[in-house]
Design a protein around this ligand. Structure first.
Ligand code: ATP
Length: 220
């Protein structure tokens, strides 16, 4: 457990959330309960910098995040990137958050697949000067992939208190139960059949209702 400033650290979980699914929620809750942060803020990007543009607007994706997190205390929506008209660079968002919260641990949450190509992220070294990375296990990705070994050798820690005693600069792998789930799979299922029973296991019921009522992701 952290030995100082225990109430100050918070986490930001960036993503496309196209749509948000149960693995996103499980990761956010795992960080909340295992990293001793006061809050996990889910931050949908407007236009992702590292992949093709989502088919569903930032406003719809944010609305789905709101619905998904509503039952959970400690999870919130971070709207910083929603109205940007340019690609969302994580480093820019973290700078804005650092202006608001100059001191204290700031944890940026990602899956192992994202860590594997982190050195391709815009100004990745600056990201580590602004925040720590906490990395969730994801089926199909291991700590041997891509950039993971060199990043972990230089920045890795297994000590939770580092994330609280230091403001930034550490990378910690989490031991969350891996969930084999992606938004791509959900979009594929939705395009085939919006009433598919399996979808109820993959995304929160409120989100599925919203998708149906707004006619999102139906065959284009
Ligand atoms: P897509 O299939 O469209 O690429 P996705 O399911 O990977 O989407 P994103 O919104 O792109 O979801 O991901 C946001 C963050 O959540 C990323 O850091 C990603 O690694 C992480 N993430 C997504 N799904 C999982 C999962 N099943 N386990 C762990 N991390 C995940």
């Amino acid at each position: 457990m952290p030995t100082s400033r225990p109430d100050r650290a918070f986490a930001v979980f960036g993503g496309t959330f196209d749509p948000i699914h149960q693995a996103h929620l499980a990761c956010a809750q795992y960080v909340l309960t295992h990293c001793a942060v006061r809050e996990v803020q889910l931050m949908p990007c407007h236009l992702p910098a590292h992949r093709a543009s989502p088919g569903v607007s930032a406003q719809h994706r944010a609305a789905m995040v709101q619905l998904a997190i509503a039952p959970f205390q400690g999870l919130s929506l971070q709207p910083l990137e929603l109205n940007k008209q340019s690609p969302s660079y994580t480093v820019d968002s973290l700078r804005l958050l650092r202006d608001q919260y100059p001191r204290g641990g700031l944890l940026f949450v990602m899956g192992m697949d994202s860590l594997a190509y982190f050195k391709q992220w815009h100004q990745w070294q600056s990201i580590l000067q602004l925040a720590h990375l906490v990395v969730c296990q994801r089926p199909g990705s291991t700590a041997d992939d891509g950039d993971c070994p060199s990043l972990l050798e230089q920045y890795g820690t297994t000590a939770l208190q580092d994330l609280h005693l230091l403001d930034s600069g550490k990378i910690m792998l989490l031991n969350n139960p891996p969930l084999d789930l992606s938004a791509t799979r959900i979009r594929t299922e939705l395009e085939k059949n919006q009433q598919c029973a399996e979808l109820k296991q993959l995304i929160p019921a409120e989100v599925l209702r919203y998708i149906n009522s707004e006619r999102l992701y139906s065959a284009i």
